[in-house]
Design a protein around this ligand. Structure first.
Ligand code: MG
Ligand code: NI
Length: 478
């Protein structure tokens, strides 16, 4: 038997494009599988020399999907350079636009990207296994999903003025206050949003209940987990301390985000431009950890809102049955976070200070260095800037969610490939599963490469001599 390498291209229903190669040994067993990100990382280089206060505007251009997240992390890094705490209303408004981003991003992921696999089945014809197929089979859920996403976008629009690249979070605060009219109008959307979120949770929980064996088997592996937590150890999406726990959810470390370099290293592989972050004391690859919905829920002790906490209790009871590391649980965790984001938005609407007009502090830079960290929908997002005495960027370091999950995604793809390729035989359904494994992590490839635009994603199988023996191309459907 000749060793082989398998490649899948393009993987559909991901945010952007990428490539997977599967390498077989002489016996036709999976030796290794790699998720490739091929594009040049530009932003850390070409922001050098720019005034620090331009960074929230420049870095939001890294990605058309995550501009709100980059702008928030960037503005927080700038606050650290200014050495100040922003006004309470500005902090609340930043968290509110952040919740708008969570609502639109998580709703998009479930209804457009994940639900075709879950509701129509892994092995459904690719011609119908997409959002159009979901609309045909589940018209009510699909329409509600579109409206839920729009609710999140409306929050972003009300604050940032534009849906895609809002200039809202700036050094020292935010650019605009929230009018009472807008607050009341937005709050009116909450009852329907809760209803749709519950519908999604019921669909997902029903699916998990019927597919427990698959959830336990599919890319279920041990790793550490990471997320921001508040002083009580609960998930905090906007601020807090970075906590890292082991595969059994025991705490390994908890630290101020500004100290991340003491705890997080970045491994480099010659075949990928994307680095592989890891928890330093454990080394690489033992120290790989996962971020994003499953990373956050596994790292934290709980959630601060009542409805999401009740859902988390169900989730824990299920996960603790040997499923803690199941990649498919990302979908479940994501919907619990969607519910949490709705509850946080409601709490913020109800805060008497939310319409306050004291929203920005003007100051001169005090520090030569600043770190800004938030939990973006896909996971922990780090912006770190060093400036000269004139406030120009000397160096920037960005670590994005998809980077933190890089090693875990490779592991997930390898696990799935090993299940579906034996004795050199590629089983039917492998390509859908490889796509599905990556989709659990909701990678944002434009963010991962710190570059604009899309790239091709393909899955190819190669033998030990480098001969291409299997290849998959499919046009992205979303
Ligand atoms: Mg970087
Ligand atoms: Ni992105």
């Amino acid at each position: 038997m000749t060793p082989r390498k398998i490649t899948i291209n393009p993987i559909s229903r991901l945010e952007g494009h990428g490539k997977v190669t599967i390498h077989l040994d002489e016996e036709g067993r999976v030796e290794d599988a790699r998720f490739h990100i091929l594009q040049f990382r530009g932003f850390e280089v070409f922001t050098q020399g720019r005034p620090y206060e331009e960074m929230p505007i420049i870095t939001q251009r890294i990605c058309g999907i995550c501009p709100v997240s980059h702008q928030l992390a960037s503005a927080k890094a700038c606050d650290a350079i200014l050495g100040l705490a922003i006004p309470p209303a500005a902090r609340m408004l930043r968290e509110l636009i952040h919740m708008g981003q969570y609502i639109q991003s998580h709703a998009l992921h479930f209804f457009y990207l994940a639900s075709p696999d879950l509701l129509l089945g892994w092995d459904a014809d690719p011609a119908v296994r997409n959002v159009v197929g979901v609309i045909a089979e589940f018209p009510e859920a699909a329409v509600k999903g579109v409206r839920l996403r729009k609710f999140g976008q409306e929050i972003i629009k009300a604050l940032g003025g534009k849906k895609v690249h809002p200039a809202f979070s700036v050094p020292g605060g935010v650019t605009d206050s929230l009018s009472e009219n807008d607050r009341d109008r937005l709050a009116e959307g909450l009852p329907e949003a809760y209803e749709t979120c519950q519908l999604a949770l019921d669909l997902l929980k029903g699916w998990v209940g019927k597919n427990l064996e698959e959830v336990g088997r599919f890319a279920n592996f041990d790793s550490a987990y990471t997320g921001l937590v508040d002083a009580k150890g609960r998930v905090n999406l906007y601020d807090g301390r970075i906590r890292i726990v082991d595969a059994g959810r025991n705490r390994l470390a908890e630290f101020d985000p500004a100290d991340y370099l003491d705890h997080i290293g970045e491994h480099v592989e010659p075949w990928s431009y994307m680095k592989f972050p890891f928890y330093k004391p454990l080394g690489y690859p033992e120290g790989i950890y996962r971020v994003g919905p499953l990373g956050r829920l596994n790292a934290a002790d709980g959630l601060s809102t009542p409805k999401a906490s009740a859902e988390l209790a169900h989730f824990r009871a299920l996960a603790e049955n040997g499923l803690t590391g199941g990649s498919l649980l990302y979908h479940y965790a994501r919907l619990i976070e969607l519910l949490y984001a709705l509850e946080r938005a409601e709490q913020l609407f109800n805060d008497p200070g939310i319409c306050d007009t004291d929203i920005k502090i003007t100051a001169r830079p005090k520090n030569r260095e600043g770190v800004g960290v938030i939990e973006a929908p896909r996971g922990t997002l780090i912006h770190h800037y060093w400036v000269n005495t004139a406030g120009a960027i000397e160096k920037a370091n960005l670590i994005v969610a998809t980077g933190h999950n890089n090693a875990a995604m490779n592991r997930a793809v390898t696990e799935v490939a090993r299940t579906y390729i034996q004795n050199g035989e590629v089983r039917e359904g492998i390509l859908n599963r490889v796509e599905g494994a990556i989709r659990c992590y909701d990678p944002c490839l434009s963010c991962a490469t710190h570059a604009l635009g899309q790239m091709p994603l393909r899955v190819e199988v190669f033998d030990a001599r480098g001969g291409l023996v299997h290849e998959r191309h499919r046009d992205p459907t979303a």
